[in-house]
Design a protein around this ligand. Structure first.
Ligand code: GLN
Ligand code: ZN
Length: 764
């Protein structure tokens, strides 16, 4: 039997209804009944849409008011103790972790559904966003997508108890609409592995025995309600697993296999590799594999996955916006079907579609040609359904879909908008020499010191200054056409001059222009580069109610004209102090966009690097003595498997060097990185060979620098002396203390003094 399946549908809504509803609830504009209703409407709409698209296996519990990991926290009652409210006894109890409190928790279940929901919402959103009394739970990107998960927290003596029946409720809700769904849960091993122990000696995996009864209860309740299959997401199967994790898989699924429902384990984002041995030994009934990210694993999976168990083939890209080449996907399906004889096969997207926008039909402004190359979540389901039709009947039965796909593939391959021979030739001609600054760091340092004449411990900032209400209003008015270009420019000039004066007053050594003209550090460049497109509605959830609209890199990238020179030159003209030019690096531009899938990412990245290289030259020619090339996303591009790191780091470092190395030896190149731990990629960061790097270290108390005892960072470095993400203003003593720590690990003439990131989210 061949079925069309889906693993998860974007929950944000075609008009971002989810964002509007949750934010209105947070502001007190709507009550929880209205919020629940908004959620129910989205779910109903999305279930029906999937059914109409021809999907046989439709997920439920893929919806979330904030994040599916947070839902799992709520499900098993792993609410951190700090989230208790004192308004009502029952609320206090609902968030306690002790066994006796849980005994009282049973009473909570006696409340009416609405009352229980109101309790859930308050605690639930407090965990996600923090409350006056308690800071929010941590958020992180575990995989190489731009989606942030809430990080579960575990304590010594952690107990679990079924607290939220959301999975069951949503299954029943769909059932009432006549739609039989396959509920989705985050797997117990992923849940524990990705969570954080709040007590130093606790290994979260040791909590497995305490956790499994709750999962068993959930599965049994779903079985009782009529569910036949449950999808259990275990994305950590795409990572290198420790032996203890492998053992946890065996224990977990041995316990869960007899709960009355069939289990499909979903692995995605990368290959299973040797973890295939782990899943094969589990008593589960189905496996989903990602054949877009890792097409090469098909052979092994077909060889090793028993034919009598279900195999779900992830053949439609669940995390990019390109229309599929159905011919290629179908070849994969045919290979699998042929190899498996009568074994069950499902055809599916590679992963949950929450990483793609909802519906291409909402794009009114994209030109027809570009639009014909794209597919959002809704269109991807149609592709899945077409593959199923072709596989069950014959290709002719889906002839139109195959013809449209073939036409899109052909037109993309041949389009003059995509293929720019000059760009390709230029990339082809890049040599090692183009990656080299032409003189070793020591020589450059001496020349730059002579030119810049900076004091010891030079001070600077990372680039942006407050994007105040006035700045945002002016930009919005300009975009709506209510403010004309000359007035907008005049406004930006005033803002820039104000920033320069303030920096002079403060007495900073290296100034910045403030980035008032930029809305976003990638969009600003993408809008000016050839090969990029911007959508109206290509929203993807980043976390909670924050959605991003990544640019689409569809063609060969080139720079038709200078992008930042006018603003940097203007700012430099206002002051005698050196002005730092401000660019976003090629890896970060790549990482935060939807990238074309018809050539290696490294190739696209090189093209962007050449465009940035041209900008560096133009800034230099305009007399800008210092140029910063930001690469905050360098680390998040790391492949999930350690074995693949080296290859990625090699090309990523080369691309940065290609962007920077056109600069003369007297021009000082800075880079900036944040949001991450760098310890394990220090050699690559040094290999960037930036003259100066500024990094985030303040939150970790300069811990990062301890790794420098083993690795001597060769160039100059500005370890951030305060956390710009916190509204708290640091005291001079705090900053001196941090610098004191830095001095223990670095030579005095290596050290710069700066905050740990740009200041755009702060007020003046
Ligand atoms: N130059 C950018 C700024 O100051 C850097 C932002 C970032 O690191 N994310 O805003
Ligand atoms: Zn930063």
């Amino acid at each position: 039997m061949i079925q069309a399946a889906n693993l998860g549908f974007p929950r944000i809504g075609i008009k971002r209804e989810l964002k509007k509803a949750t934010e209105a609830y947070w502001k007190g504009e709507i009550d929880y009944t209205a919020l629940r209703k908004a959620g129910a409407e989205l779910r109903a709409r999305h279930w029906r849409l999937q059914k109409e698209a021809g999907i046989d296996v439709i997920p439920s519990n893929d919806f979330s008011f904030y994040d599916q990991m947070l839902d799992a926290v709520a499900m098993v009652g792993a609410v951190p103790p700090r989230f208790r409210t004192s308004q009502e006894g029952v609320r206090v109890v609902a968030t306690h972790q002790t066994a006796s409190a849980y005994a009282v928790m049973a009473d909570v279940a006696e409340l009416s559904a609405d009352e229980a929901a109101s309790i859930d919402f308050d605690t639930y959103f407090a965990m996600a966003r923090g409350s006056d009394a308690a800071p929010a739970m941590e958020m992180t990107k575990w995989f190489d997508t731009n989606y942030h998960y809430i990080v579960p927290e575990f304590h010594e003596g952690q107990a679990f108890r079924l607290v939220s029946t959301k999975a069951l409720d949503e299954f029943n809700e769909a059932k009432a609409l006549g739609i039989h769904t396959r509920p989705v849960l985050i797997g117990p091993v992923t849940f524990l592995s990705l969570g954080k122990a709040k007590d130093a000696n606790l290994d979260p995996l040791t909590l497995l025995d305490a956790l499994l009864p709750v999962y068993a209860e959930v599965l049994a309740s779903l079985a009782a309600a009529g569910a036949d299959w449950v999808q259990i997401d275990e994305p950590i199967l795409a990572l290198d697993l420790k032996d203890s994790q492998k053992a946890a898989f065996e224990a977990a699924y041995a316990a869960l296999s007899s709960c009355g429902v069939k289990i499909l384990i979903a692995a995605y984002f990368d290959k299973l590799g040797s973890n295939l041995d782990v899943v094969r030994s589990l008593p589960v009934d189905g496996l989903h594999v990602d054949l877009v990210r890792a097409p090469g694993q098909l052979e092994d999976v077909l060889k090793d996955w028993p034919w009598e168990r279900l195999l779900s083939l992830g053949v439609i890209d669940g995390r990019n916006i390109w229309r599929a080449d159905l011919e290629t996907a179908f070849a994969t399906v045919e290979t699998a079907v042929a190899a498996r004889g009568k074994g069950g096969v499902q055809i599916a997207p590679s992963c949950s579609l929450i990483h793609t926008p909802v519906d291409l039909n909402t794009e009114q402004k994209l030109d027809a040609e570009l639009k014909s190359w794209l597919a959002y979540a809704r269109q991807k389901l149609t592709e899945v359904a077409a593959l199923k039709t072709a596989a069950t009947k014959c290709k002719d039965a889906a002839a139109q879909a195959f013809a449209d796909s073939a036409e899109a593939v052909a037109s993309r391959a041949a389009s003059a908008r995509i293929n720019n021979p000059a760009v390709k030739a230029r990339v082809g001609a890049v040599t090692e020499k183009d990656l080299d600054r032409g003189a070793p760091f020591n020589t450059r340092q001496a020349q730059q010191r002579a030119r810049l004449d900076l004091p010891a411990f030079p001070t600077t900032t990372i680039g942006s200054f407050p994007q105040t209400e006035a700045v945002r209003k002016a930009r919005a008015a300009f975009k709506r056409g209510e403010m004309d270009a000359p007035s907008y420019d005049a406004f930006l000039m005033t803002a820039t001059e104000d920033a320069v004066r303030r920096q002079e007053e403060i007495g900073l050594d290296v100034l910045v222009h403030g980035e008032f003209e930029r809305n976003d550090m990638v969009e600003y460049f993408g809008e000016q580069l050839a090969g990029f497109a911007f959508t109206q509605n290509g929203w993807v959830q980043s976390y909670g109610s924050r959605y991003v609209k990544p640019p689409i890199i569809f063609g060969d990238v080139s720079r038709p004209h200078p992008m930042t020179v006018a603003w940097s030159s203007y700012a430099q003209s206002l002051t005698e102090k050196p002005m730092k030019g401000m660019l976003t690096g090629p890896v970060t531009i790549l990482q935060w966009s939807f990238v074309r899938d018809d050539q290696p990412r490294s190739e696209t990245c090189k093209q962007i690097a050449l465009a940035i290289r041209d900008e560096v030259s133009d800034l230099e020619r305009a007399g800008i003595p210092i140029i910063q090339i930001d690469e905050p996303a360098l680390r998040e591009g790391l492949p999930l498997r350690h074995a693949d790191w080296e290859a990625y780091l090699a090309w990523a470092v080369d691309c940065f060097r290609l962007a920077a190395a056109g600069a003369g030896t007297e021009t000082q190149i800075h880079t900036h990185m944040c949001y991450c731990e760098f310890n394990d990629i220090m050699p690559s960061i040094a290999a960037l060979d930036a003259d100066v790097i500024s990094i985030e270290t303040s939150r970790s108390d300069m811990e990062l620098l301890e790794s420098f005892s083993g690795f001597k960072y060769p160039n100059e470095i500005g370890p951030g002396v305060y956390d710009i993400h916190s509204p708290r203003c640091p005291h001079t003593q705090d900053m001196s203390a941090l610098l004191g720590k830095a001095r223990e690990h670095l030579a005095p003439d290596q050290i710069w003094v700066n905050p740990d990131c740009g200041l755009k989210t702060r007020r003046w």
